[in-house]
Design a protein around this ligand. Structure first.
Ligand SMILES: C[S@@+](CC[C@H](N)C(=O)[O-])C[C@H]1O[C@@H](n2cnc3c(N)ncnc32)[C@H](O)[C@@H]1O
Length: 191
């Protein structure tokens, strides 16, 4: 039996990611947020609690199960892949893509980064993670995930101002319980 997103959402827990908590203090322009590849709305809920308006995007149909108790009027969910999302221009103060861009076809990344840039207000923040080439998932799941070099990431963010760039390599347990050598770039940039 293969591990599905439904299993992942169940195992993910309810604690917002440190990557989100680290990015929030850099946001100074307003409270409009876009959560790309939002999963089970853990980070979206946290941002709503902090007073943000949130647009959440993810193509996974099973996520409707997690929507019932989100009654905040400042929340919208669009069940589409990020490459099909109609990015509004000059709209967001914060865009996050927490561990979702590695699941998007690499050839769409240029278009997605340009669209994010256009959708941010001047001074807006974008926080994301991408997997590096040495990540063990590059052996197991090389056809369904994408992996980047530092140079490739620098090229993708060339229009932005770099705020924080962290490269980490260590053993971790994945949400499915599998031991993995992880190679992850954690990046925060500003328009
Ligand atoms: C590892 S999960 C991360 C979910 C959440 N951001 C978190 O940190 O827990 C990756 C998410 O990316 C979503 N995803 C996969 N392909 C996508 C795409 N083309 N556009 C947007 N999201 C996508 C999956 O449905 C899944 O919810």
């Amino acid at each position: 039996m293969s591990y599905t997103w439904v299993d992942y959402y169940k195992n993910r827990g309810t604690k917002p990611r440190s990557e989100l908590r680290e990015a929030l203090p850099y946001i100074t322009t307003g409270t409009n947020a876009l959560d790309l590849g939002c999963g089970a709305f853990v980070e979206s809920r946290y941002m709503l609690e902090k007073g943000f308006s949130v647009v959440a995007v993810d193509p996974e149909i099973s996520l409707s199960l997690y929507l019932d108790d989100i009654t905040n009027d400042n929340f919208t969910f669009e069940c589409v892949p990020v490459q099909n999302f109609d990015f509004p221009k000059n709209e967001f103060d914060f865009v996050c893509a927490n561990y979702s861009l590695p699941f998007v076809t690499k050839r769409k990344h240029r278009f997605i980064f340009d669209s994010i840039y256009e959708s941010l207000r001047p001074g807006g923040i974008f926080a994301f993670q991408l997997f590096g080439k040495y990540d063990q998932r590059n052996v197991w799941w090389r056809n369904s995930l994408c992996f980047h070099s530092e140079d490739e990431i620098m090229e993708l963010i060339s229009k932005f101002e770099l705020v924080d760039f962290d490269e980490a390599q260590h053993f971790t347990k994945l949400a499915g319980g599998k031991q993995n050598f992880s190679h992850v770039y954690r990046v925060i940039v500003k328009k």
